[in-house]
Write a protein that binds this ligand. Structure first.
Ligand SMILES: N[C@@H](CCC(=O)N[C@@H](CS)C(=O)NCC(=O)O)C(=O)O
Length: 285
């Protein structure tokens, strides 16, 4: 692999014919050390340039969670696609109260760029996942910047939808698992947006998938969303609102609902194959 002086390999394991690694670097955007996970399929280890899917996890998770629990690696390996899994927030920013609750601060960066003190100095996950991380990983490994997909779960599903809608040229394919679809209208989003973005709700629109659609942002591909109907957070996720907003905006969207499934990675494991196939169609086709 190409050398990059600022990036340190923390752990490395052979997996599904390729390699899963956890790397630490100094993030300029976050102003802190940051860790991310990556799966490189065997094609990348052999030097071929491969497509890549960025995977955003939900509240309380870190750079390991999606790679360990989703079962995505097996299918990424079959398709010859890399996976990149960032953390869900900066770590050790030193903001008072950042460890106090599971849905604000550490583990809950909401994939946005905070504008309000004391969060604004380090809580800049939108720029991190959208700009810095792709630039770092694409310098280090043979990943194709023109064939990037993005997927996420819950808060990360919201992040994937936001990135896909607001930066359609950055991501060729988009999908989400039980995403927070209308954060401005639910407790999770209102709490986070008030803290990170302030009281003025006009500043929330750039981070709300439904409002982005209302404001004319679209992605040229069909967005795939899966949702369990026994999800304990269903009321706060609002897939119906996303469907309405997409219909009104003319955004192609497929929402698949599944009777027995909850919000956990057991649900994700059960639908991940279809998501990897969705990305493979767009990235390899
Ligand atoms: N109140 C719950 C909410 C956290 C939660 O359900 N997180 C989801 C994402 S929103 C998750 O993926 N948790 C990690 C896991 O299931 O391994 C908790 O603190 O455990």
């Amino acid at each position: 692999m190409r050398n990059h002086p600022k990036v340190e390999t923390v752990k490395q394991h052979a997996c599904c014919g390729g390699s899963v690694r956890f790397l630490r670097h100094h993030s300029e955007v976050l102003g802190l050390p940051a860790e991310f996970g990556i799966f490189l399929p065997k094609e990348a280890l052999e030097g071929q340039t491969v497509p890549v899917i960025y995977a955003l996890a939900g509240l309380t998770c870190n750079q390991e969670t999606f790679l360990i629990k989703s079962n995505a690696i097996r299918f990424a390996a079959e398709h010859g696609i890399a996976l990149v899994a960032p953390d869900t927030s900066p770590r050790g920013a030193g903001v008072e109260g950042e460890e106090a609750s599971y849905d604000l601060g550490t583990g809950a960066g909401f994939y946005l760029n905070a504008t309000q003190k004391p969060w604004s100095q380090h809580y800049r996950m939108a720029a991190y996942i959208g700009e810095e991380l792709p630039s770092v990983t694409e310098k280090l490994f043979p990943l194709d910047a023109k064939r990037r997909g993005i997927i996420g779960h819950s808060m990360g599903g919201m992040g994937a939808l936001i990135q896909g809608l607001s930066h359609p040229n950055r991501w060729k394919t988009v999908s989400a698992l039980a995403p927070i679809c209308q954060p401005s209208a639910v407790d999770w989003g209102r709490k986070a947006f008030t803290a990170y973005l302030g009281e003025d709700q006009s500043n929330w629109r750039a981070y709300d998938p439904c409002l982005l659609l209302e404001d004319g942002h679209k992605h040229s591909s069909t967005i795939l969303v899966d949702q369990g109907l026994q999800d304990e957070f269903l009321g706060a996720l609002r897939p119906d609102a996303l469907e309405h907003a997409a219909k009104a905006a003319g955004q192609a969207l497929q929402v698949r609902r599944h009777d027995a499934y909850d919000h956990s990675y057991w649900f994700i494991q059960s639908v991940i194959e279809a998501h990897m196939a969705h990305h493979a169609r767009g990235l390899l086709g």
